[in-house]
Design a protein around this ligand. Structure first.
Ligand SMILES: Nc1ncnc2c1ncn2[C@@H]1O[C@H](COP(=O)(O)OP(=O)(O)OP(=O)(O)O)[C@@H](O)[C@H]1O
Ligand SMILES: [Mg+2]
Length: 259
């Protein structure tokens, strides 16, 4: 079997501006893969290309060898993809539990017509999904919030709700966009444990993060993007000591000073 995710020569433009240029990398099944780079490097844009929210102008994106470039997000879910967003957009008037259940409908048997008829097997499956959603919230320390409206929760907790929503889709490939942003240090440790557990459940993870401690603790491999281009690929330690990466983050003077 090939890679779980293969991104080949992906380019993306907005109004003539090159946001991604010939980006290529592969993520093997079972890896925790990091995507790092300075602000505006194109990390979220790349996730948007993989999840079908943006359509690249060129290249190829395969999940388990199926070409998915240009497929809409709903189709990507059928390929086992789930993601969280840098800025979570929950349904603020809905409860946390309803938010977690969004998107998991694809797991119910039958189709939209059958769901609207509320056949016994639909009702049974919905009950089982609710139970699973509650268990997920419980195991992420959010069980107490299940019946709370999303707009009553802090922004930091929205990220946890989104993660539960993504996990309820039973993905094989999970994209996490800055899951540690805004979290206090103690919760970053918990997040590291959570992502390890997710990987141990046979979910391949691609993670965008500025927190290099988390990237070092978790990732098998990283790609560094800068100005839409791949700067280097290697271990987190290699990335952190690479002069091109240091220059991208801190400017050329920092590299000259260190020399
Ligand atoms: N929908 C869009 N329309 C126009 N430009 C866009 C759009 N989405 C992204 N861009 C541009 O693409 C570039 C990369 O943005 P992106 O959000 O992908 O960076 P990032 O690496 O995720 O940065 P950060 O670390 O700050 O989240 C930026 O210059 C941004 O303005
Ligand atoms: Mg981003």
């Amino acid at each position: 079997m090939g890679a779980r995710l293969a991104v080949r020569d992906v380019s993306l433009q907005f109004g003539g501006v090159e946001v991604l240029e010939d980006v290529t990398f592969t993520v093997e099944a079972g890896q925790i893969f990091g995507l790092v780079g300075p602000n505006g490097a194109g990390k979220t844009s790349l996730f948007n290309c993989v999840s079908g929210h943006y359509r690249p102008s060129a290249g190829s994106i395969t999940i388990d060898d199926d070409e998915v470039l240009g497929s809409p997000p709903a189709t990507l879910a059928r390929h086992g993809l789930a993601r969280t967003f840098q800025h979570p957009a929950l349904q603020l008037r809905e409860t946390v539990l309803e938010n977690v259940l969004l998107g998991a409908h694809s797991r119910l048997p039958g189709g939209a017509v059958e769901w609207s008829l509320r056949l016994p097997r639909t009702v049974r499956s919905e009950k089982a999904l609710r139970r699973e959603a509650l268990d997920l919230l419980e195991s992420h320390g959010l069980g107490w919030a299940a019946k709370t409206r999303a707009d009553e929760l802090s922004h930091g907790l929205h990220k946890g709700v989104e993660l539960c929503r993504a996990l309820l889709m039973k993905p094989r490939l999970l994209l996490l966009d800055e899951p540690a942003a805004g979290l206090p240090h103690s919760e970053v440790e918990q997040l590291i444990e959570t992502v390890r557990r997710v990987r141990d459940d046979d979910i391949t993870v691609v993670i965008v993060e500025h927190n290099m401690g988390l990237i070092s603790a978790l990732t098998d491999r990283v790609v560094v993007l800068d100005h839409g281009r791949k700067l280097m690929e290697g271990s987190a330690a290699e990335a952190q000591s690479d002069s091109r990466v240091i220059e991208a983050y801190l400017g050329k003077d920092a590299v000259d000073d260190a020399a």
